[in-house]
Ligand binder design. Structure first.
Ligand code: FES
Length: 567
């Protein structure tokens, strides 16, 4: 099939009942910006800009946008940047996840409504990249992703530290009384020393690497630090590539095929990446009309070892991963486990892209080989059982081995607010053997906050307890760690079994057998189920629409009317 010719600014006209008038009027307004006929006859590359003063991770983004524009102009295109909402992980309440689908919907609509032949999606912080990819898969407009890149590491009293695995570790030490107020204040000033996203294998880094693994980003685009020359050159090259995509009309659904998604899952496991990557990949797949399930996640997890030494599963940081060669070298190491025939934004197959990439060099220890991995397969485990009939997830690589098989009595918290109010209450009996249950924190219940790795009670932390089994329908930050069972589905707010747990009920976690069970007999459970009253929906606006239409976690937590029908 011949590629379609770019149609530039002369598409998607505002309707006045006279196409000639629409074209005349549009070009009159564009003339006010200084563009002449030569400019306006070029292919248009939209640039989705998620910079915001609130999104501190994106503070280097203005320079990145200028670099993308430079690349577009060099290749003969007309760059037109446009703002979208920006999702700042740390500054959004109750959780950025509540707004992922809003950004996806907004971006999709702007890709349809504005004239453009291709788009450069510029994101970074956790939910921005998946939202943009969901939009691109739905709009099926030629698209390339550029991320702002990770922060550089900081230092405190000689120790290299960074956001946000070390944030959590030091806060735990502070809660336990091992780090005093003055010290924690010093740590606070050292965790985020530059612009950019969290510099461990949290959700932002994970999603950047998965996007590159999926083929929607130029090779080497995931890891250059924010603000670096490498990062800016990637942006320029991505701008040039976008013009090529516009000319070739290489669409996202040509790239986001099942084989490419399985490649991305392979990358996820080799990184021991964020559990959030599972939800986002399933949502992206469904936008592209591709079936991807939790069983796919588990199957890939079982055969892919951990190859990258990066926190929280390892010791390194993203700058180490970048210096070791980043995702291209990792993909080269994963070569036998990948489908190399998949298409990428370069217009070449993954196999062609990797042809000249060297395998992991012996001079570095960050990216390992399949023969000498950093950790065994099975980093992420999909659980089932009477507490999660539709599935739950545990990050085994970040859990305490001695807790992977554990039976204990439940202590139930009704919400993240209830945790905050009662976790340190001396009247609540909690021992290290208890299993802490948090409910009403799923997509419908609370927008699915990253509340799943909630704190160990202070009195136990002070006594040296560093981990306990926690079970919830919430998510967990990719920077977090612990024996934490997440994404229990169906969630409590829709009548999932988590809603029926009572204090003292026995729960059994058995990761080897992939089980999470509530050890209460069926008659008693049926009695409790009959008494279930769902929580009220939010009263108005986006939160109401979201709660009415959000899909369960195991289906990607997208809105039902945006997620493509599956075969
Ligand atoms: Fe933005 Fe971690 S808070 S990437």
């Amino acid at each position: 099939m011949m590629p379609m010719q770019p149609r530039g600014v002369d598409q998607n006209f505002t309707s006045y009942g006279d196409a000639g008038f629409s074209r005349y009027l549009r070009r009159a307004f564009l003339a006010s910006t200084g563009f002449d006929g030569t400019d306006l006859d070029r292919p248009v590359v939209g640039i989705a800009d998620t910079s915001s003063d609130y999104t501190t991770c994106h503070r280097d983004m203005p320079a990145l946008i200028q670099a993308v524009k430079r690349g577009v102009l060099q290749a003969g295109g007309l760059p037109l940047a446009f703002p979208t909402i920006s999702l700042a992980e740390i500054l959004l309440s109750p959780t950025s996840m509540l707004y992922r689908n809003l950004l996806a919907m907004e971006t999709e609509e702007m890709l349809h409504a504005q004239p453009m032949d291709a788009v450069v999606l510029v994101g970074g912080c956790d939910k921005t990249v998946p939202a943009q990819l969901m939009a691109a898969a739905s709009a099926n407009l030629p698209a390339i992703s550029v991320v702002t890149g990770p922060m550089l590491t900081g230092s405190w009293r000689g120790e290299r530290i960074g956001a946000c695995t070390d944030c959590r570790r030091y806060w735990l030490l502070h809660r336990a009384g091992d780090v005093d107020d003055r010290q924690i204040a010093e740590v606070q000033q050292s965790l985020c020393p530059t612009g950019g996203t969290c510099m461990v294998m949290g959700t932002a880094s994970t999603m950047a690497c998965l996007t590159e693994g999926l083929g929607l980003m130029l090779p080497g685009g995931a890891t250059p630090p924010s603000g670096s020359g490498d990062r800016l050159r990637q942006a320029v090259e991505s701008g040039r590539c976008a013009v090529e995509l516009a000319t070739r009309q290489l669409q996202p659904r040509t790239i986001v095929q099942r084989a490419a998604l399985l490649n991305a899952l392979t990358v996820l496991m080799a990184l021991s990446g964020s559990t959030n990557g599972i939800i986002h990949l399933i949502a992206i797949a469904r936008r592209a009309g591709v079936t991807l399930t939790l069983e796919d996640v588990h199957e890939v997890s079982q055969r892919v070892p951990l190859l990258v030494d990066c926190k929280p599963a390892g010791c390194g940081y993203m700058e180490d991963f970048h210096r070791a060669g980043g995702v291209p070298v990792l993909l080269k190491a994963l070569h036998p486990l990948l489908d190399l025939s998949v298409m990428t934004v370069t217009g070449r197959t993954l196999g062609e892209v990797l042809h000249d990439v060297p395998p992991p060099g012996g001079w570095q220890q960050t990216i390992r080989t399949l023969d000498s991995p950093f950790g065994p397969p099975g980093s992420l485990v999909v659980l089932r059982g009477s507490l999660a009939p539709d599935g739950a997830v545990i990050k085994r690589a970040a859990a305490t081995p001695g807790l992977l098989q554990h039976r204990g009595p439940a202590v139930v918290f009704e919400s993240p607010e209830d945790v905050a109010a009662r976790i340190d209450d001396p009247d609540v009996t909690i021992t290290p053997d208890h299993i802490l249950v948090l409910r009403n924190a799923g997509p419908v219940g609370a927008g699915m906050p990253e509340a799943g790795s909630f704190p160990i009670p202070r009195r136990l932390a002070s006594a040296g307890v560093r981990d306990m089994v926690r079970v919830s329908d919430a998510r967990m930050s990719g920077t977090a760690y612990g024996t934490v069972v997440l994404h229990c589905s169906p969630e409590a707010a829709t009548g999932g079994p988590l809603a029926f747990v009572r204090d003292g009920d026995l729960i059994e976690l058995n990761v080897a057998e992939r089980r999470i069970d509530l050890l209460v007999d069926d008659t008693e459970l049926a009695r409790r189920r009959a008494q279930f009253v769902p929580p009220p929906l939010p009263e108005r606006g986006w939160r109401r629409l979201y709660a009415q239409h959000v899909l369960p976690a195991h289906l990607g937590a997208d809105l039902d009317f945006l997620s493509s029908a599956l075969p």
